[in-house]
Design a protein around this ligand. Structure first.
Ligand code: ZN
Length: 280
């Protein structure tokens, strides 16, 4: 039986109209400093869009790993795969600025600043948008407190959380390393000779031709397909699809073994990036 469950990046079906006036307290954005944090993260529009999209696809790759390798997950899977995306996107020692992770953080803070208190889906399987942004900051800070102090300062990550970030980051990293153990899933030398990269399809779209062209030029899906193929032992037959979905989303469909990126989510980040540019 085909699994209908989708594991998604989250409920991004939000209004992209920035700055709509809030008239009542319970109609106000659940800001908690999210808007100010988004403003303070200073990156260019390209890094914002690219970083946000890479985070989204690494997040979905995490869901793919969980279902394809039958990984044990304790706690919320959504948090776990956000952790994987952050781990994979944390700069190596010789890289300095984690622009792509800053892009992802900025977009989660922006979404957090735009969601009204009454619209927060408390029942959702994801953390709130702002929590997801703060967790990235914590995992980064925990990975190298000296190197990433500026980032923790920028988003005003409180000392009481910072004190736990090193442990949280180590747990995240070693847990994924254990799950993706070399003997089982992670040794490049053991990739079967006949293993194939995921097949990538860009479906035709009348509404989002620019987003289709942008995705192709960025090469995000090709990049992550190569990363998957070279580092993990996925069984053949996985598909990557970019298409018009009728919603702002990206998702992994376990039954169809397909990772889908909707042109709408590309458009959403591009639209947000334009707003960032006009604010400056
Ligand atoms: Zn998800």
């Amino acid at each position: 039986m085909m699994m209908k469950k989708w594991l998604t990046i989250g409920a991004l079906a939000l209004s992209l109209s920035l700055g709509s006036a809030a008239t009542r307290a319970d109609d106000a954005p659940a800001d908690g400093g999210a808007g100010a944090n988004a403003d303070r993260i200073d990156i260019d529009a390209d890094s914002f869009v690219e970083g946000s999209l890479y985070f989204v696809v690494y997040h979905e790759l995490g869901h793919a790993m969980v279902s394809e390798f039958n990984l044990a997950v304790v706690g919320r899977e959504e948090d776990a795969v956000d952790g994987l995306a952050t781990k994979l996107m944390t700069p190596d020692e010789d890289e300095t600025t984690p622009d792509y992770l800053l892009g992802a953080m900025k977009s989660w803070f922006l979404f957090g600043s735009m969601t009204k208190v009454n619209d927060i889906a408390w029942w959702d399987e994801h953390g709130t948008d702002s929590q997801r942004a703060f967790r990235i900051a914590c995992l980064l800070y925990g990975a190298d407190a000296k190197k990433f102090t500026d980032i923790a300062d920028t988003v005003k990550l409180p000392e009481e959380r910072r004190a736990r970030c090193e442990h949280e980051s180590q747990m995240n990293s070693t847990s994924w390393d254990t799950l993706l153990d070399e003997d089982s899933y992670g040794d490049e030398d053991k990739v079967a000779e006949d293993s194939e990269k995921p097949e990538i399809t860009y479906e035709e779209t009348s509404k989002f031709p620019d987003q289709e062209a942008y995705l192709k030029k960025l090469g995000l899906l090709e990049d992550i397909a190569t990363f998957m193929h070279d580092n993990y032992k996925f069984k053949n037959g996985i598909k990557f699809t970019a298409k018009e979905c009728g919603q702002i989303n990206a998702f992994w469909s376990p039954g169809e073994r397909t990772l889908t990126v909707c042109y709408e989510i590309v458009n959403a980040y591009q639209t947000l990036a334009k707003n960032i540019d006009t604010e400056e």
